[in-house]
Design a protein around this ligand. Sequence first.
Ligand SMILES: CC(C)(COP(=O)(O)OP(=O)(O)OC[C@H]1O[C@@H](n2cnc3c(N)ncnc32)[C@H](O)[C@@H]1OP(=O)(O)O)[C@@H](O)C(=O)NCCC(=O)NCCS
Length: 179
Amino acid sequence: MKFKPFPEIKTERLFLRKIETSDCDVILFLRSDETVTKFIERPENRKTKNISDDIKFIKELNEYLETNKSITWGITLKNDAKIIGTICLWNFSQNNKTAEVGYDLDPKFQRKGIMNETLKMIIDFGFKELKLDKIEAFTHNENENSKKLLEKNGFQFIENRKDLDNKSNIIFELKNASS
Ligand SMILES: CC(C)(COP(=O)(O)OP(=O)(O)OC[C@H]1O[C@@H](n2cnc3c(N)ncnc32)[C@H](O)[C@@H]1OP(=O)(O)O)[C@@H](O)C(=O)NCCC(=O)NCCS
């Protein structure tokens, strides 16, 4: 599993690229805005409250990339370099066969099919390039937008799996049909 060179991805409308410290304003917004984070519960020490937390977080993302621990793409429109959301594959299992997907999008760009277009590419990357057997998603049980997005992309709600760290979360899984 290698994330070097960074696997940039193009879709019909979007360009997915590496996140740099120069993107700090948008990343701080995405990690602190009340609408975006409504259903995302982060432990106190993982909250991004100010620009210094934010820069530290972006540097961590780049360290994780170097060590193959996780990969996060910044989502941009093709004609504008400004990030409007992010998507990541993280929490890889020890054998690197399972990973978790996480995503967020600026509310101005929601309900336009942008995350649907993005998620499809990341599923493809996870299964074809990383040869994952399974992608998981943990989402708040009231996060209807996220639940619909996952179901639309073939993820199955696993009723008997519980998130021991967060009772409000439910768990979805997507299996690689060709493995
Ligand atoms: C979840 C989120 C990423 C969805 O992104 P999005 O780009 O708005 O989603 P899309 O427009 O691609 O929608 C995909 C499908 O999800 C469903 N959906 C999305 N938003 C919806 C809404 N507000 N109401 C009902 N269905 C919705 C629809 O089925 C849609 O397909 P359709 O447009 O063909 O009907 C976005 O709402 C978000 O960033 N939320 C805040 C962060 C978050 O909660 N992240 C998840 C953490 S687990």
